[in-house]
Design a protein around this ligand. Sequence first.
Ligand SMILES: *Cc1c(COP(=O)(O)O)cnc(C)c1O
Length: 383
Amino acid sequence: MVATLLNQFVRELYQTNGFIPLHAPAFDGNEKQYVLETLDSTFVSSVGKFVDDFEHKIEAYTGTAKAVATMNGTAALHSALYMAGVASGDLVITQALTFVATCNALYHMGAEPVFVDVSPISYGLCPKAVDTYLTENAKVTEEGCFHKQTDQRIKAVVPMHTFGHPVELDELVSVCNKWNLILVEDAAESLGSFYRGKHTGTVGEFGALSFNGNKIITTGGGGVILCKSEDDGIHTKHITTTAKVPHPYEFYHDEPGFNYRMPNLNAALGCGQMEVLDSYLLTKRHLAEQYQSFFHGSEFKFVVEPEYARSNYWLNTIICPDTDTRDEILKITNDSGVMTRPIWQLMNRLPMFESSLCGDLSQSEFFESRLVNLPSSPVALLK
Ligand SMILES: *Cc1c(COP(=O)(O)O)cnc(C)c1O
């Protein structure tokens, strides 16, 4: 019954009888003009003015010391973790309730995730749960923080701002300081989300943004590493651009580098998208308000931003009263062309992470079985 009403409601919001995607991009600003400019200039690849412009726009918007554009968000995370000093054999604390990219980046560095529970307030990594896990399982020596059972070094903490809702960053910073760990934020979903006035991804030493096609704005494929210190930013740019030492014609590379640069073609799209970001944020907030009033007084809880935050409302989300109701909503909406999705399966259930170390995950399991994402494209013709 609710599912049928929801179908009607979403169709009215988007004013269409056709298929309604979860999150589709829109290019109604200067995107086309900028992309054509790169073609005319022939600078479509890893060097060009739009890459610099895009990085500067991100710096101005987020307030980070330095933004380094990459080919996707996973590459941004990989570079950020590398810069944070994560190395083969290390453990990294993160949430089980996340998209797989967070863990893939770790895996390919030879590091291993430790899964800790999420917070009922933020849906992202819970500071109390991290502190409890460390109190039970870790020790700090002169060389750093180590796992008591495995003797592995615990190097970093990687929270993810789930669906754009900022985690409790001040508390996580305190836990990281107490245990001598580096904070790296997976802010792939949270461009436009602020924690107590600070942009997500700028509180930790490093942050990673994604500009994949389904994110709030897109570069086709793309990412950005947010660097808290200017020096780290310069070094990050160096390692993501093959670590080539500038010279008019010689090839000399002074350390192992990545080729993770964002092409100018993609950055052109990003420059156009940055110009419309503020209007998308307003539209998405309006959309969230409409969903919130639709579900008001029902047995479904509409997920709202934590009181300390301003969220981008990337994906609108409800918590269903139980798994059967969730399954019914998913079936009826998807059958009629209104795209909804369950949340990701917990990372510790995937074959490559099933033997990873875990803390208590009861809050993550609760959300895993009940959360549903609703259509959230910013292009709604909202009344
Ligand atoms: C989208 C996303 C990424 C990775 O971004 P890509 O650009 O697709 O590589 C990483 N983490 C989370 C949580 C994401 O949602």
